[in-house]
Write a protein that binds this ligand. Structure first.
Ligand SMILES: O=P(O)(O)O[C@@H]1C[C@H](O)[C@@H](CO)O1
Length: 332
């Protein structure tokens, strides 16, 4: 029988949705559905410096991995984390003060390990605004990455291709974003600023590191992925509904190439605490900008395309991690 419980961390959850620990976790399909905790709903959660530090201490006491690179796996892209060796995995339920992942295609754990010999930490599942979390809650784990020692963030996502030249399966390196939710005054940095995280008014003109973009473009040539690699502008909508034709047409005029429901607030939080960012979208569907079509975007297709492209994405991220690691070593 399920019951609503409050765990030692103050998180409320229904134990009928609790994710199993251990190896059974590897198969995400076996996980029962999860629900966002009502305590987080629409509240601008105050994840203080001390709380983030506690989360860091919890994790660091339980893994020997000391990552410089943090990775966020987008919908259907969690396979990446399965490639980590000597991995230490932490289900979100078990991490003090952590929210839980509720979306299909997001396993819901923080994984530390080696990717081709390089120490990384990886969010296998992220948090979205439409799950009921404040933007600051959605992007809180980015600060945890910073506290764990990361200097770089790789943010990946599944997105709809709005640029009509994009094909399903393409990788779009994010060169910039348009913060549509920010236009309505919604920001992960809203509220009092703790300057120990970063400045009150962080610049955002180099949100996506130009050097990392150049490296990614070079890699795409070396990996013979040039014809399926794009470089464009991403935007994040609140979701969970996909967009109307009129909305998509408007964003196309505004210069958006790909539409998703994440990443922007994570990148803002990352830049606020001075992480260098590389981001890319897997184009999982074409955005429907005509009325006379029978096509409809659906989440199952989004997840399926992610799974189909997982080998390529894993190779690409692995090469990016190697390149970033070289940059880090050369800066020491
Ligand atoms: O977590 P990401 O941004 O990769 O997931 C996208 C946006 C929605 O969560 C979902 C819609 O299908 O995929």
């Amino acid at each position: 029988m399920s019951q609503i419980i409050i765990n030692g961390n103050g998180n409320h959850y229904d134990d009928s949705h609790k994710i199993k620990n251990g190896n059974s976790y590897k198969n995400n399909n076996s996980s029962p559905p999860r629900t966002a905790s009502p305590i987080f709903s629409y509240v601008n959660e105050n994840y203080s410096y001390e709380i983030i530090d506690n989360i860091k201490n919890y994790l660091m006491a339980r893994t020997k991995i000391r990552p410089k690179i943090g990775i966020i796996c987008g919908t259907g892209l969690g396979h990446l984390a399965e490639n980590l060796t000597e991995a230490d995995s932490f289900p979100y339920e078990e991490i003090p003060n952590f929210p839980v992942s509720t979306v299909a295609g997001h396993a819901g754990r923080m994984v530390f390990g080696y990717l081709n010999g390089i120490e990384v930490m990886c969010m296998q599942g992220r948090f979205h605004y439409y799950e009921g979390y404040a933007l600051s809650t959605c992007s809180m784990p980015v600060r945890v990455m910073k506290f764990c020692g990361c200097t770089h963030l790789i943010a990946t996502n599944a997105a709809g291709g709005l640029n009509s030249s994009y094909n399903v399966g393409d990788i779009m390196i994010v060169k910039d974003h348009i913060n549509i939710m920010g236009f309505a005054g919604n920001s992960p940095l809203q509220g009092p600023n703790d300057h120990r995280f970063g400045p009150r008014f962080p610049p955002m003109n180099k949100a996506y590191d130009p050097e990392l973009i150049d490296i990614a473009l070079r890699l795409s040539k070396e990996m013979k992925m040039e014809s399926e690699t794009r470089c464009g502008v991403y935007t994040c909508v609140g979701g969970p509904n996909y967009e109307t034709v009129a909305e998509l047409r408007m964003w196309k005029i505004l210069g958006v190439d790909a539409v998703g429901m994440s990443t922007v607030h994570e990148v803002i939080t990352a830049r606020h605490c001075n992480l260098k960012v590389f981001g890319f979208s897997l184009i999982t569907n074409k955005c429907e900008t005509e009325y006379d079509t029978h096509e409809e975007t659906n989440h199952d297709d989004v997840v399926t395309i992610g799974q189909r492209r997982q080998a390529k994405i894993t190779n690409f991220v692995t090469r990016m991690v190697e390149e970033i690691n070289n940059l880090i070593i050369n800066c020491q």
